[in-house]
Design a protein. Structure first.
Length: 88
């Protein structure tokens, strides 16, 4: 619901739908789960790294390029999972 909610908020304040551009980055972030996290856990708690006053930021992760993400996906043979709450 995060993306849809954000778009709805812009529409709600009067932004014309033809003026909204949704960008998708060609990179991602890799975050290590805290020790003790199991693969079946719904959430992956990460280390809190303060950055500009926020205790959870990209400073806790490592940026990786899109090609590397594709390599990880291909090598891991992941199962598709759908999160009904996030609608993703």
């Amino acid at each position: 619901p995060g993306t849809a909610f954000g778009i709805r908020r812009y529409l709600d304040i009067g932004i014309n739908a033809n003026k909204i551009v949704l960008g998708v980055p060609w990179y991602g972030y890799r975050y290590e789960c805290l020790p003790g996290t199991k693969l079946v856990d719904r959430l992956c708690p990460i280390k809190q790294v303060p950055f500009r006053g926020v205790n959870c930021s990209d400073a806790a992760g490592q940026q990786i390029e899109y090609g590397r993400i594709q390599d990880i996906i291909e090598s891991a043979h992941p199962r598709v999972k759908y999160d009904d709450y996030m609608k993703a």
